[in-house]
Design a protein around this ligand. Structure first.
Ligand SMILES: [Zn+2]
Length: 391
């Protein structure tokens, strides 16, 4: 164990430079060339560690990377991390990686989640170079996907297939702002509402029109009212569009809706209520269409498999003097998919805050800390986790 920690300490500056390199290469989900550029850096690292790397192409996004490092024993651990960000090409030029006087590192995707990728690669490197017993015996799989910030439409089957082969899964999403690991996540879905009305001159013959915007406005208010903070079910109308000019009765309006819920039953109830609201006609002469789906199924709190992984991480925290806490969160991740298949622990990346914003940062000291936690976690998991008990 000391051997692993000393190695990781020795790579401190190099690891920060590696993180800087990842951050300074943009990889916005829709910029396929950029994404594949970062993918090449990651694939090369994995290969150097002894992984066989397979690139899984997708039609709209960059390649997903699937790495496999065989071991002599029966147990297999899967790590999942996405390397796309929400920031378009050119962002890293405008605000490249930097560390301020308070020890915060800034830059696009530094927290969500290039920090987690850098932590994992150095944790694995410590095992590989130490030729630890864990490394020799444990089968380690890795999926680095390129479309998570679009809710993993093309990587989901890849991740699920790897999760089926694995006895446990670690998700490299960042720690919550208080440093907490993540042991449950709300289900999340995106829904769409389109209203068609009838255009007419707003001054000459307004009575001949049917305003799609007015109809949509009624529905938006009713949909928002479905939010129930106590139950944790939220309906957010995130965008609305409609109409052409002020002097025309709008014949089209459109809204995008985000739904979150702790359970499938709760999500189904909310979807039925949304459907009902969207089916009624608030403005005569209009018609509405409602569609969408839950793309991240709920990962409910209290799964025994997840609890066992939290316990292992807690023991690791005890060794390193780190207080380990795990919480539930409303944000979705690929852990929503894997937790239905194999015991999953999420939030394994460094601590920071303000994901998806210009103020995104990580506390750079926690890059080192989380790297050590990952290395020791894998070690302890290999020794202690009973692979015959699944979820
Ligand atoms: Zn993320």
């Amino acid at each position: 164990m000391r051997d692993l920690l000393e190695r990781i300490d020795g790579w401190r500056d190099e690891q920060i430079e590696f993180l800087a390199r990842l951050v300074n290469h943009d990889s916005g989900t829709d910029d396929v060339m950029d994404v594949n550029g970062v993918g090449a850096i990651l694939a090369e690292r994995l290969e150097r560690l002894g992984f066989g790397v397979r690139r899984v192409p997708s039609e709209r996004f960059g390649d997903h990377l699937v790495g496999d490092k065989p071991g002599t024993g029966p147990k297999r651990f899967l790590f999942v991390g996405h390397y796309d960000t929400v920031f378009p090409s050119g962002t890293a030029k405008q605000r490249p990686f930097r560390i301020d006087a308070e020890g915060r590192a800034w830059g696009p995707g530094v927290y969500d989640m290039k920090g987690g990728l850098a932590a994992l690669l150095y944790a694995l490197r410590a095992h590989a170079e130490a030729k630890s017993r864990t490394w020799v015996e444990t089968n380690v799989s890795v999926v680095f996907n390129a479309d998570e910030e679009r809710l993993s439409p093309t990587s989901r089957p890849v991740i699920e297939a790897e999760a089926k082969r694995a006895h446990s899964v670690g998700i490299l999403e960042p720690a919550r702002p208080g440093g907490e690991y993540v042991m449950a996540r709300k289900g999340a879905g995106t829904f769409y509402l389109e209203v068609k009305g009838k255009a007419s001159h707003a001054g000459l013959q307004p009575e001949l029109g049917a305003s799609a915007i007015t109809d949509l406005a009624h529905k938006v208010a009713a949909l928002h009212a479905l939010t129930d903070f106590a139950r944790g079910t939220t309906v957010n109308i995130g965008t609305v569009r409609g109409g052409e000019r002020p002097n025309v009765v709008a014949d089209r309006a459109f809204a995008e809706i985000d739904l979150r819920a702790w359970s499938t039953a709760e999500a189904d109830t909310a979807i039925a209520a949304m459907q009902k609201i969207c089916e009624r006609t608030d403005v005569p002469g209009t018609s509405a269409r409602f569609w969408g789906q839950v793309s991240f199924p709920p990962w409910p709190p209290g799964l025994p498999g997840t609890e066992r992984l939290v316990e292992i991480m807690r023991a690791v925290g005890g060794e390193l003097g780190v207080d380990v806490r795990a919480i539930a969160t409303g944000g979705g991740s690929d852990g929503n998919h894997t937790s239905a298949i194999a015991p999953t622990l999420d939030g394994m990346g460094p601590k920071g805050s303000r994901a998806h914003s210009e103020e995104e940062f990580v506390e750079i000291a926690t890059l080192l800390e989380r790297t050590k936690m990952l290395a020791l976690f894998l070690d302890r998991w290999a020794r202690e986790f009973d692979q015959n008990s699944r979820r």
